[in-house]
Write a protein that binds this ligand. Structure first.
Ligand code: FES
Length: 156
């Protein structure tokens, strides 16, 4: 499988790894198929993400997409941050192999859950919409151009 140079860079040198101790919001999500998990913590001021960190226990694509999403979201409003799509995450990395597109769902979902947690803590309504990885009917491989054997794809 051919990963882009940028994917390899973010996998080998992930940005913003860790946990913000006094976070304003926390998002923890898991991929129901492969069992990979991700945690995002955020600091928010006037609805702008001022800091963001992640911890991901998962495949190379999950780590790279988590890393890039923290760079994309830092400085964004919470409204813009929850609108980041898995396609945008993949494009920002110079593309992902089709069988690894589903891995970027963890990154966007983790961010969404963290933003909604922040809003909940401040007594406001959630804005993130559907959290794909929490939907039991969600098929992580369903949108792939060339559906691959699930177990094989998750090993890569
Ligand atoms: S997120 Fe599990 S295989 Fe990539």
């Amino acid at each position: 499988m051919l990963y882009s140079e940028k994917v390899m860079d973010h996998f080998n040198n992930p940005r913003n790894v860790g946990v913000i101790d006094d976070a304003d919001g926390v998002g923890e999500v898991g991929n129901p198929i492969c069992g990979d998990i991700m945690k995002i913590t955020i600091k928010v001021a006037a609805d702008v993400l001022t800091d963001i960190k992640f911890q991901t226990l998962g495949c190379g694509a999950a780590i790279a997409t988590s890393s890039i999403v923290t760079e994309m979201a830092r400085g964004m409003t919470i409204q813009d941050a929850v609108a980041i799509t898995k396609r945008q995450v993949a494009d920002e990395l110079g593309g992902l192999p089709p069988v690894k597109m589903h891995c970027s769902v963890l990154a966007t979902d983790g961010l969404k859950v963290a933003v909604d947690d922040y809003l909940k803590r401040t007594g406001r309504e959630p804005i993130a919409g559907e959290i794909l990885s929490e939907n039991p009917a969600f098929d992580p491989h369903g949108e792939e151009d060339e559906p691959a054997d699930t177990a094989e794809a998750c090993e890569l």
